[in-house]
Design a protein around this ligand. Structure first.
Ligand code: ADP
Length: 383
């Protein structure tokens, strides 16, 4: 009996020891498992932080705006590639770098600041530098500076302002004349004078409508809107332009001669645009020539280019103006332009047509001897 009790007690003891050992083993395994899980979670979290940091950095690297970040002491911690050139030691870049450092330091004091920095180049450049503090939940993380190149927006803005000013000026002249003529007409009883004034009213009205036509044509060509590309025979373009220019040429007694190649030249183009360009060159050649001085239109094939040359023996253009005559509203001699009905848009139209067709327009001119304008467009097909 005693033996049996001892055996049972020993067995119970063994079971208890085994259970304790098993429980400890389980605890150990569970703790290991938890630690492994924690480690993994930690690693995953660290990986996620690294990923989002990389993503953030790559995004900052990609933007076309300079970004420079500094800590609260003004030490630069990060600079994206767009802002890198401004750290170079050239004078202009040093100016930008100085502005960035100053603005970062000011922003670190807690307020947003900005400044325009002009680099006189060449090329001239205008930069807008702004900086702001980096603060969140009462903590200071330093400051960030942004650099924007505003050269192009500024240039476009100035161009827009000039354009509006020029249009207003060009419209004001005939409008003023019309108003004066109408006032005189109202008080006039002599039928002969009335009819003379009426003729002038009509001339001013035509001038106004010519200006509007040129403006609409230029805006259509500039936007290249509804531009149709189809095979166009250059001969047809020349004859269309000639028939538009003929009336003025005959009125001024300026003969127009043409020299076309034996071969038919065909380009892929917008026929209306090309006709408008050739007409403007012809119209100018006639406008800026004395009576009986001939204008010659020559068409030729130069490699893969079709060239239309309009040559006159007119007043010619001084060298210093030759660069600028293709600008909108630019006129060498405004008083001559006024009497000839020009506004200064013709050559801007020609240049746009050339650009739209992947071509170019060239000028050669000698004052007092004459000018030669060549419109060159790449050939699309030849028949
Ligand atoms: P405009 O309406 O004044 O003719 P354009 O843009 O066609 O304007 O030409 C700009 C300026 O270039 C003209 O005002 C004129 O002074 C000069 N110009 C253009 N073509 C000729 C030419 N064939 N001969 C002399 N001057 C020219």
């Amino acid at each position: 009996m005693i033996v049996a009790l001892v055996v049972v007690a020993a067995a119970v003891g063994l079971v208890i020891v085994g259970a304790v050992a098993w429980r400890e083993h389980r605890h150990f395994v569970d703790a290991e498992e938890n630690r492994r899980r924690d480690d993994e979670m930690h690693r995953r979290q660290e990986g996620e932080v690294a990923d989002s940091e990389a993503r953030l950095r790559l995004s900052l690297d990609a933007i076309t705006q300079g970004v420079v970040m500094a800590d609260a002491d003004g030490t630069v911690l990060y600079r994206n590639p767009y802002s890198q050139p401004f750290t170079e030691a050239r004078h202009g870049e040093a100016l930008v770098e100085a502005a960035v450092s100053e603005l970062l330091a000011e922003a670190a004091q807690g307020r947003a600041v900005e400044r325009e920095v002009e680099l006189f180049g060449p090329p001239r450049q205008c930069l807008f530098v702004s900086a702001m503090p980096l603060r969140a939940e009462g903590r200071d993380y330093g400051s960030v500076a942004l650099i924007d190149d505003i050269t192009e927006p500024q240039r476009l803005d100035a161009m827009r302002r000039d354009f509006v000013a020029n249009i207003s000026h060009e419209l004001r002249t005939p409008m003023g004349a019309l108003s004066l003529l109408a006032e005189t007409l109202a008080g006039e009883t002599d039928p002969e004078v009335v009819s003379r004034l009426a003729v002038r009213v009509q001339a001013e009205a035509i001038r106004l409508s010519d200006i509007m036509d040129d403006l609409l044509e230029l805006s259509r060509i500039e936007s290249n809107e509804a531009s149709e590309r189809a095979p166009v025979a250059i001969q047809h373009v020349i004859s269309d332009a000639l028939s538009r220019a003929r009336a003025t040429a005959e009125e001024k007694d300026v003969p127009i001669e043409t020299a076309l190649p034996a071969l038919d030249l065909v380009v892929r183009a917008d026929r209306r645009q090309l006709t408008s360009a050739v007409f403007n060159l012809l119209d100018n050649a006639v406008k800026y020539s004395e009576a009986t001085r001939p204008v010659r239109v020559t068409t030729r094939l130069e490699g893969n280019w079709v060239e239309v040359e309009v040559r006159d023996q007119g007043y010619g253009i001084p060298l210093r103006h030759q660069e600028r005559i293709f600008e909108r509203f630019y006129q060498v001699d405004r008083s001559r332009g006024q009497t000839d009905g020009g506004v200064g848009l013709g050559l801007a139209i020609v240049r746009h047509v050339a650009t739209n067709h992947g071509g170019e327009v060239r000028v050669e001119s000698t004052e007092g001897e004459g000018s030669s304008f060549t419109l060159a467009v790449p050939i699309g097909a030849q028949a």
